[in-house]
Design a protein around this ligand. Structure first.
Ligand code: PBG
Length: 329
């Protein structure tokens, strides 16, 4: 190429000013696409900071209501609730998960009473309630599949009774979406959606969450039910099954390390795709920001934009409030 050769195509022209960049921008963020996960705990007027998640706290139900209102005022119209269950209430059958007067049902009710138009999503899995810290029933060191399903179904109905709009099975047992769909329908909850944790990987990025809820497995790991991070085709298979079983929305989790999986499911299927930017993803950005190693706000917005660009219709993120504040300013 001679040095005189004209450069006819100059991509930089399309980046030359904010006005031009605004015109050609392909992806944008909106608070209405965020789902805010919140941790709840017993007590009154309690906000216990979570060490590994700077800026996030375990909230008593009264404080939860304030947080939901704060989020709503910023345009965040969906929350996902996770209860920290007291140790003395945990057993191998996760019995507390079906207690209509338990922490989570009370929290769901309070949130719906205070903000009826905010969507409340509740997690279905045994781990926060299980003395084994696994998502399913443990027997002789094995996590049983079919024996877990009725427990999950009772849990889901308990949450639906309390007013949960979306039921979100995060347990990764086989057949649970269809099982929950039937159970909800039979109980009269045909109007409640299932947000399926479809491609949930056995990830190290859940560490801070397990610390927040004290829900880590007491023995072993979750690799016999959560997916191998090495696999993408398996996510397609999980999605096919979940959709056939009646999932309304399918989810990929974690998000940033699995953008290819988000894209894959988005391009193959017509159901909406959710992504979960998990606790470890949040913690990394916060920790580096706190040390002055990067601009945490900029990294937050970039990560959320990337997840959306990959194809997520909605994103569960602990940044929902902070990001919405920036979007509104
Ligand atoms: C429970 C559940 C987990 C997360 C969401 N639901 C933990 C796990 O499976 O061990 C992780 C969320 C996060 O890390 O932010 N099954």
């Amino acid at each position: 190429m001679s040095s005189k050769m004209p450069i006819r195509s100059r991509p930089r022209r399309n980046r030359s000013s904010e006005a031009v960049r605004g015109l050609i921008r392909e992806t944008s963020l909106s608070p209405s696409n965020f789902i805010l996960p919140l941790f709840i705990t017993e007590g009154k007027n309690i906000s216990e900071p979570i060490e590994a998640m700077p800026g996030q706290s375990r909230l008593s139900v009264d404080r939860l209501v304030l947080k939901v209102k704060e989020a709503r005022a910023l345009g965040v119209m969906a929350v996902a609730l996770f209860p920290k269950i007291e140790d003395r209430l945990k057993d191998s059958f996760a019995k507390e998960s079906t207690n209509a007067k338990g922490l989570l049902p009370r929290a769901i009710r309070a949130a719906k009473d205070a903000c009826p138009d905010v969507l409340v999503i509740s997690d279905v899995a045994m781990d926060p309630y299980s003395s084994d810290g696994h998502d399913g029933l443990v027997k002789n060191g094995l996590v049983l599949n079919d024996e877990t399903l009725p427990i999950l179904a009772q849990m889901a109905i308990c949450q639906a009774e309390a007013g949960a709009d979306w039921i979100a099975p995060s347990d990764m047992m086989d057949g649970r979406v269809g099982y929950l769909r039937s159970a909800l329908d039979e109980a009269g909850y045909t109007d409640r959606s299932i947000l399926a944790y479809t491609a949930k990987y056995a990830s190290a990025f859940y560490g801070p969450f397990r610390q927040a809820l004290d829900s880590a497995p007491r023995a072993g790991d979750k690799k016999t039910y959560q997916m191998d991070p090495a696999n993408r085709r398996e996510a397609i298979r999980e999605a096919q099954l979940d959709i056939k079983e009646g999932a309304d929305v399918i989810m990929v989790k974690p998000a940033i390390a699995y953008l290819d999986v988000i894209r894959e499911l988005k391009s193959r299927f017509a159901v909406p795709v959710a992504a979960y930017q998990v606790s470890g993803e949040y913690a990394m950005i916060k920790a580096a920001g706190d040390r002055g190693w990067l601009d945490a706000d900029a990294a937050m917005m970039e990560s959320l934009l990337s997840i959306r660009r990959a194809g997520a219709d909605m994103t569960l993120t602990y940044f929902a409030v902070d990001a919405s504040r920036i979007l509104q300013s």
